[in-house]
Design a binder for this molecule. Structure first.
Ligand SMILES: Nc1ncnc2c1ncn2[C@@H]1O[C@H](COP(=O)(O)OP(=O)(O)O)[C@@H](O)[C@H]1O
Ligand SMILES: [Mg+2]
Length: 254
């Protein structure tokens, strides 16, 4: 079973000619088959964690380590991270003009699997997954993220997730901007992947509502650039009732 290990991770960004430390010692272990929710107030550094794991050049790791199955993730290129089995869905996914969803998915699957998927089974697999996510087949011919609504972006992410079957998936605010029906459809996709028992999921969210559909094994409260508390699913209920105030007090919240 693959394990993502984040140890004492410190990350800074350059902003206004100054270096600002955003992550201040994150420790987290995610094993294949486990679902972890990271919850925290706006500006606490949740997306910075996702970007840092994705290898975004804007974020500088100043201390700590990230390994997947003992391999140093921080030394890997973005492509190598994907091939090693990391999947990252960003809060604000980028548009890829001139590249259709269908081409993008096939290219990604080829890169991740190390060989092109057999056309016939692949087309079937894509069709079935799109239909489970209640996506119109015509969607496959649109350019990646170009003019996608919030809901379409998130469904497209889950479509990738289901087709690429990573070892560890990091989903940043997959629930944001979704109406109730879309939230349910997207959650069902995550649960299908989860039920395979082969994917570790790190669900980053500000709101507790997605956790009504996806029951996490572990909940971590993120505040001021680190994990302030960890617990089971019951911790999400506490946050639902009490909010994040207790964790933000005294911290330099942004
Ligand atoms: N690229 C960046 N440049 C400057 N500041 C950034 C950048 N990315 C994040 N930050 C700052 O880091 C803090 C944490 O942001 P973020 O990780 O987006 O938080 P969250 O996702 O928890 O809302 C904020 O104060 C934000 O302004
Ligand atoms: Mg964020």
């Amino acid at each position: 079973m693959a394990t993502l290990e984040i140890r004492d991770l410190h990350v800074s960004v350059e902003a206004d000619n100054a270096t600002k430390e955003i992550l201040k010692g994150v420790d987290l272990t995610v094993k294949q088959g486990e679902t972890h929710a990271i919850m925290g107030p706006n500006g606490s550094g949740k997306s910075t964690l996702a970007y840092s794991l994705a290898g975004h050049p804007k974020y500088t790791i100043t201390r700590g380590s990230v390994t997947l199955d003992g391999e140093d993730v921080l030394e890997m290129t973005v492509d190598e991270r994907a091939r090693a089995g990391l999947f990252l869905a960003m809060q604000y996914p980028v548009e890829i003009p001139g590249v259709s969803v269908s081409n993008f998915l096939r290219t990604s699957a080829t890169a991740v699997r190390g060989e092109a998927p057999k056309l016939r089974t692949w087309v079937k697999e894509v069709k079935e997954t799109m239909s489970q996510l209640q996506m119109d087949p015509a969607f496959a011919e649109r350019n990646v993220n170009e003019g996608f609504s919030g809901g379409e972006k998130k469904r497209h992410e889950i479509l990738q997730l289901e087709l690429l079957k990573p070892k560890v998936a990091i989903l940043d605010e997959t629930d944001s901007g979704l109406d109730v029906d879309a939230l349910r459809i997207v959650s069902e996709g995550v649960n299908r992947v989860r039920e395979s028992g082969e994917v570790g999921t790190l669900l980053i969210t500000h709101y507790t509502r997605i956790l009504r559909y996806i029951k996490p094994d572990f909940v971590h409260v993120f505040a001021n650039g680190r994990i302030a508390e960890s617990g089971g699913a019951e911790l999400a209920d506490k946050l639902e009732n009490e909010g994040y105030e207790a964790y933000v007090k005294g911290g330099a919240s942004a």
